[in-house]
Design a protein around this ligand. Structure first.
Ligand code: SIN
Length: 511
């Protein structure tokens, strides 16, 4: 297959970009599961932007810079914040139903680190509403062809003509067949890496595929040490990946420990529960470690019960299904891996350091988030960069060279199907537990070194498995998470000081 745009991933970044470039040429979207299976779909809180006369770009910029602990690229922050209102207008025109006040203006939520109410939302199902509108629009757009249950195995590179370029991707289809899709522009929008950790708010697709394939062809990857742990994921044996949105704290919920003490007063006396996520997650981690408790509690039961049910219908229903009535009971919560601030380094147009290869959304590292992302800035970044990349493509026709540099996958002689899946599952478990226990919210150099060795051993075993057996998507994901894990550990070892989300005990012993 030969297309103008190959888009890998079907969250807000991939689908927004696809709709925009459909007028420029043929678009093929490759997505690992179903089109809606993305982190976007699970996003609860909303999109931050300056949408109210009492707010200002300057304040949104300042909040973003402060959350980012001095590591944001200010030019990027100004560009993204400045683009917010227009892009949100575009989503509304596409049919996204944001909640409005009686006077017709957008109802704006509040979240940690924001000095103002500025989060446009669709109650606690904002991501699902955005994804619905995008999937519907893509469905009626003839220029975009979507391949579900297809996974990008590796990028195809060309050495011909004017140098090394990305010319498409090798993709594994539903029945395990490998096919090449050639493209003038390849766009990585595969979301984040949450599955690298034992506990995560992310969907199963979040195995860092875009970062892994980009790294294998030499694209610059940066800021991998900055993994954001969301402070409040539901703690229940049967709840998988269920987030209790920061908007719940925004509307007044408080955090208490087992002794029913409102502990944030010790750590962040000013902002309390609405401090930035790095600080709230670390405080919870400290409380749990000190008391030996399995979780802390988020309590919004002091608010009117009708209001709670109206404002957080999804969280209310989900918790009730586990026997927790949030209008009466405190919600057991724990931090979990939520968002990667680092990723494939891009310029302001979403271009990576490899020619003809773009990265958008969580896969990318644009410089917006620095050391810690401000809540609800991620959907904003995705739509602003989808527009920038579209603008770039509409002005620059990419040239595609012939020829192909084969990936390790198609040079190996395949022998047999793997007979014992336990080989794969065991290594998934080793990686996820090692990352959770040794490369988590609070780190130590000695533990990072242990994790480095352990992941290196696992990676060697995975290479052996790939050499010996026919590939499966499970194996490819394992190969990707093991690479991403090693990139996180390497970056964490290189960053000697505690800053933003990277907190290393050797250099600083507070909290
Ligand atoms: C949330 O609703 O708490 C998540 C929003 C975000 O990650 O920005």
């Amino acid at each position: 297959m030969d297309v103008d745009f190959l888009v890998i991933g079907s969250g807000i970044a991939g689908l927004s970009f696809s709709l925009k470039v459909a007028g420029l040429g043929s678009v093929c979207v490759v997505t690992k599961k179903e089109e809606v299976d993305s982190a976007t779909n699970l996003a609860q809180g909303g999109i931050a932007a300056v949408l109210d006369g009492s707010d200002s770009f300057e304040e949104h910029v300042r909040d973003t810079l402060e959350a980012g602990s001095g590591l944001c690229d200010e030019e990027v922050v100004r560009m993204v914040v400045g683009g917010g209102p227009e892009r949100i207008g575009e989503l509304i025109r596409l049919g996204v139903d944001f909640v409005r006040r009686k006077d017709g203006s957008l109802d704006l939520g509040k979240e940690g680190g924001h000095s103002r109410r500025r989060v446009a939302h669709s109650l606690d199902l904002t991501g699902r509403e955005i994804e619905r509108a995008l999937v519907e629009s893509v469905g009626s757009c003839r220029g975009v062809k979507v391949f579900e249950n297809h996974m990008c195995a590796d990028l195809i590179m060309s050495e011909g003509g004017r140098g090394r370029k990305c010319v498409g991707a090798s993709v594994v289809g539903e029945n395990g067949e490998l096919r090449d899709i050639y493209a003038k522009n390849t766009v990585l929008c595969t979301g984040g890496v949450g599955k690298v950790y034992l506990y995560t708010s992310n969907p199963d697709i979040a195995t860092g595929d875009g970062i892994a394939v980009a790294h294998r062809v030499g694209a610059e990857i940066s800021d991998m040490e900055f993994v954001q742990f969301h402070p409040t994921c539901l703690y229940h044996p049967k709840a998988k990946n269920f987030l209790i949105s920061e908007a719940v704290r925004g509307e007044g919920a408080i955090l208490v420990n087992e002794a029913k003490e409102r502990f944030m007063v010790k750590y962040e006396p000013n902002r309390m529960e609405l401090a930035t996520r790095d600080k709230v997650a670390r405080a919870i981690d400290k409380e749990m470690k000190t008391s030996g408790a399995d979780c802390v509690y988020l309590d919004i039961s002091h608010k009117d019960s009708f209001y709670i049910r109206e404002r957080f219908p999804n969280i209310f229903t989900k918790c009730l299904s586990f026997g927790i009535d949030i209008t009466k009971d405190p919600i057991p919560v724990v931090p979990a891996a939520h968002y990667l601030c680092g990723g494939v380094r891009t310029d302001m147009c979403g271009r990576t350091t490899v020619e003809n290869l773009f990265a958008l959304g969580e896969t990318a590292c644009t410089g917006l988030h620095g050391g810690n992302r401000l809540a609800s800035n991620s959907l904003l970044e995705a739509i602003v960069y989808a527009e920038n990349a579209f603008q770039y493509c509409s002005k620059n026709q990419n040239w595609r060279a012939g020829g192909k540099l084969r990936s390790i996958l198609d040079t190996v002689v395949k022998k047999e199907d793997i007979d014992e899946e336990i080989l794969i599952n065991h290594n998934w478990d080793v990686i996820r537990r090692t990352m959770w226990n040794y490369v988590g919210i609070v780190r130590k150099t000695s533990r990072l070194m242990v994790a480095k060795q352990r992941i290196a051993d696992v990676r060697q075993e995975i290479d052996d498995i790939l050499q010996k057996y026919n590939i499966t998507t499970n194996m490819l994901e394992l190969r990707n998470i093991s690479l991403v894990a090693s990139l996180i550990i390497e970056a964490a070892l290189n960053r000697k000081e505690s800053v933003g989300l990277h907190y290393i005990l050797d250099s600083q012993e507070t909290i």
